[in-house]
Design a protein around this ligand. Structure first.
Ligand code: AMP
Length: 220
């Protein structure tokens, strides 16, 4: 993304609002990295390292992992050279403390934050997450309703059998939505109080490409 001040696009919204899908589409169209704290944590769990072991139970029960853990992951990631023209944050910040740390990080490194709030109602979210499937090999996400694989339960890219993410099970979804209400939604007020514009985008209606067009409209 060209321009004097690189942008940090913050995709904000409840789990299941389509942040991950939109972040991937934006990555392709803007050619800047997509930083998903959820993906980074899942990679650490898959690798079985000590951090992965530390966060596994929390994630699988739908609770947030400690701020220090994600703050460190994000700080390390945005200091990589490929982030110099800007980047997309998906799933971070999720608490007030993370938002404050991010402010310092962005200011210190000279990025301009742009917050996109994807709004979707909860009934739709529960339906959406319950129909979500993921390839355990390449990570591609499918939706049984809006983006099904060509062959049932099979990844289009590598033929692996699709799985339901542990934290996409119904009881866990409710816990994740509660965590959002309790810990994450207040971050919106923090953005407003600190003078950062929050761009509201309707994430309920339309195809992923139509929602992308709304986001691009906000950015231009
Ligand atoms: P996501 O894929 O973004 O929905 O994240 C999946 C899970 O990873 C969340 O339910 C949390 O347990 C954990 N997680 C991801 N990002 C964060 C974050 N910024 N702060 C705390 N926990 C996080």
């Amino acid at each position: 993304m060209a321009g004097a001040i690189p942008k940090a696009l913050i995709l904000f919204g409840p789990p299941g609002s389509g942040k991950g899908t939109q972040a991937k589409l934006l990555r392709s169209s803007l050619a800047i990295p997509h930083i998903s704290t959820g993906d980074m944590l899942r990679e650490r769990i898959a690798s079985g390292d000590s951090l992965g072991l530390e966060v596994k139970n929390l994630m699988q029960s739908g609770r947030l992992v400690p701020d220090e853990v994600v703050n460190r992951l994000v700080d390390d990631r945005v200091s990589q050279p490929d982030c110099s023209s800007g980047f997309i944050l998906d799933g971070y910040p999720r608490t007030l403390q993370q938002a404050k740390v991010l402010d310092g990080t962005l200011e210190g490194r000279g990025y301009h934050p742009v917050v996109i709030h994807l709004k979707v109602d909860y009934t739709k979210i529960i339906r959406r997450i319950a129909g979500r499937r993921q390839c355990p090999v390449c990570g591609t996400l499918y939706s049984l309703t809006s983006n099904p694989p060509r062959q049932a339960d099979t990844c289009d890219r590598d033929g692996a059998s699709l799985v339901i993410r542990d934290d996409d099970r119904e009881s866990v979804i409710r816990e994740r939505l509660e965590a959002y209400e309790r810990q994450t939604r207040p971050v919106l007020e923090y953005f407003a109080a600190s003078g950062q514009a929050v761009h509201e985008v309707d994430g309920s209606e339309g195809s992923p490409d139509e929602i992308l067009a709304r986001i691009r409209g906000v950015l231009s």
